[in-house]
Structures are given as C-alpha cells and as structure tokens.
Ligand binder design. Structure first.
Ligand code: ADP
Ligand code: TRP
Length: 336
C-alpha cells in the first residue's frame, strides 16, 4: 500500500519560535514517527529571501532551523530532511506552475493583500509600493515544494491554510489541462493549537520581532514570558482566557485537563505574574532536553551539513521521475 506522504517546511528567516514549534515542527515530527507515513521535512531557504535581505541572517537562521528540527527529534534515517535550495527541481517546477496559474489567484494571497492594505493605510498612492515579485508569487513556490513530492498532508499553522487551498487549485488546473500527475494536498492543522500570538498580541512571527524563541536559556525564557501582554487586572480578580495571549500558549503545551485547571485558576483570580511562572515552567518541561541537544548540534555545523546533503540526494531522486513526467506533459521533450 502507498504510504501517506507528509511534508512541511520552515523558513530560515530568523530564530525559530514557539509558534513554529507547535504549529509545524512538533506535529510534523510526530507524524514522521508513524511507520505508515513517508515524511519530507525541509528548510525553505528560498522563501527566506522573500522576507529577509540580510545574507548573514539567512545563513545563521538556516543553521538554527536545521538544528531545531534535529533537536526536536527528526530522524534523518526515516525522514527525507533537506534544504530547498539543494533541490533545483523545485525551481524548475515552480516556473512550470507559474505559467499555469492565474494572476488573479495570487492577488488574493494574504501576504500580498496585507502589503497592499498597509500601503493604503499609509496613504501610499501605489498599492504595490515596495512589493517584490517573490512576495507576490510566494504561494506558488510553496505549491512547487508540495507538489514536487506529491504530498498528501501538510502540517502547518492556521495562517497557511489559504496556501494549501491555492496549491490544490494549481494542482487541479495542471491535472485538468495536461495530465493528472499531481496529488491534491491537504493542510493538517492541530485542533488543539491556535495561531499563537506574540508578546505584543499580534501573530507571533519572525517578521514582527515579537516572538518567544524556542531555545533560550530557562532564565531568558521566563523573561520573555514576563513580557507577554496582559491587562491591569489585580491578583484575585477573575480573568478570562481571551484576556492575554499567554493562555493559548499554555494550552499548546498542556493536556486538556491541565488547560481546564488553568482556566479555572484564572477565573478564581490567579495573578498574571503567577500565570506567567506556570507557563514558563510548562514550556521548560517540554523543551529542556531539546534545548541541550540544540546546543550540541549548533557546535557541529559540519555534521548538520552532511545530514542535509544526504537528504538532498534522497529528495532529488524522489523528485526527478515526477518532474520528468511533468516536462513531458507540457511538451519539453528531447528531439528524436
Ligand atoms: P514566521 O511567521 O515566524 O516567519 P514561518 O512562516 O516560517 O513563521 O512558519 C513556519 C511554520 O510555523 C508554518 O507552518 C506556520 O504556520 C507555523 N507558524 C508560524 N507562526 C505561527 C504561530 N504564531 N502559531 C502557530 N503556528 C505558526
Ligand atoms: N511558507 C511557509 C511559511 O513561511 C513555509 C513553507 C515553505 C512551507 N514551503 C512550504 C510549509 C511547503 C509547508 C509546505 O510558513
């Protein structure tokens, strides 16, 4: 029987944070441990160029994200673990898909629309001011990542669901126009996990500088948690889960029973300061061992590079046969 294919990527454009971990890394690694699953986990470094024009930052982040995947339990023997830019077939498919995708579909992408709206709010006359083509075409590159391996399931945070819908549209159009070569992928979203908000109450994101980094020391973790916004309610005053982003973070690291207990304690007037201590302890419990492994790996970049190279070889050997069929289907064929 064909194994279920699970694939996901994390963009190396900064320091990995709790949102990346609960939204993508943790569920993807869990899925990869299932013997019925074939998994493809990667660093989307070409995506990093969309948001980050600082070469040293892209490079340092690539190492940090790779070490994060490995520290969180990714087994390179069971998983195809690679760096997007080491698999040039992705870019080739990206172009073929670009030539078969309506511009109107990309107009609707959240990241592009947010940039346009930002311009409008700032009174900019040109709605596309500052928008580069990478940002505009971002969902297309992501689609190429997914379709190249005919992934069935893509574990992602909720913010990425729209991109999976686009990937299905693009795959469907190709299949209809040429030949049914692509699987229609589905987003896999952890029901227990909301999109985590950052320290300032906006989505926690590398792009906003509002994150709680995954592998800070215990002390720095507590410090970061202490900065999460709350309101001015005093100890003893009842509090609701939706009054601070800290609740959803707690929920992402706790069992259902523990979350129910925490809700109850807030309702009974738990002080925000105490809640923050409980939260940092909860996160620390899950991450302490991984943090140690992360430090060990970070000291050995050459080992990580070897693992990535071996992964790229595996990924390319998987990708090439499908890409050959795609080229044939669109008419890029040898002359005989
Ligand atoms: P960032 O916004 O920090 O640059 P990425 O775009 O690299 O994060 O996201 C990598 C993965 O992590 C995606 O699957 C995304 O959905 C998930 N993710 C990112 N931020 C969050 C968040 N705040 N909550 C839950 N999942 C998230
Ligand atoms: N675009 C995703 C993000 O920034 C990362 C990513 C790139 C990805 N390619 C992917 C996720 C393919 C899943 C599948 O969050």
């Amino acid at each position: 029987m064909k194994k279920l294919r699970v694939l996901t990527g994390v963009t190396p454009s900064g320091v990995p944070h709790l949102g990346n971990y609960v939204g993508a890394i943790r569920p993807a690694i869990q899925a990869s441990l299932n013997p019925e699953v074939e998994s493809f986990l990667f660093l989307s470094d070409y995506h990093a160029l969309i948001k980050c024009h600082e070469p040293d930052k892209v490079h340092a982040s690539t190492q940090a994200v790779a070490a994060t995947w490995l520290a969180c339990g990714l087994d390179p023997e069971r998983t195809t673990f690679y760096r997007q830019s080491d698999v040039p077939e992705v870019m080739e498919l990206n172009w073929i898909l670009t030539c078969n995708t309506a511009k109107g579909l990309m107009n609707r992408a959240h990241a592009y629309k947010a940039a346009v709206q930002d311009n409008a709010e700032k009174g900019q006359e040109d709605p596309d001011h500052g928008v580069e083509m990478g940002l505009f075409c971002y969902p297309m590159l992501m689609t190429a990542d997914i379709l190249l391996f005919n992934a069935d399931k893509v574990p992602v945070g909720r913010d990425q669901i729209q991109h999976l819908e686009m990937a299905r549209d693009i795959a469907g159009r190709f299949n209809h126009r040429y030949k049914p070569l692509f699987t229609l992928p589905e987003a896999q979203v952890d029901e227990q996990v909301e999109t985590l908000l950052g320290l300032d109450g906006r989505k926690m994101s590398k792009s906003y500088g509002n994150t709680i980094p995954l592998f800070e020391t215990e002390k720095k973790l507590q410090k970061a948690v202490n900065k999460i916004v709350t309101n001015l309610k005093e100890p003893g005053e009842p509090k609701q889960p939706n009054e601070s982003p800290l609740f959803d973070i707690y929920k992402a690291f706790a069992s259902q029973e523990e979350t129910a207990e925490f809700t109850q304690m807030l309702a009974e007037g738990l002080a925000w300061g105490e809640a923050k201590k409980m939260l940092a302890a909860k996160i620390n419990l899950e991450l302490a061992d991984k943090r140690e492994r992360f430090a060990e790996l970070t000291a050995q970049p050459a080992i990580i590079e070897d693992i990535l190279q071996a992964g790229a070889e595996k990924a390319r050997s998987q990708a090439q046969p499908l890409l050959a069929q795609v080229r044939e289907a669109v008419g890029i064929r040898p002359l005989k």
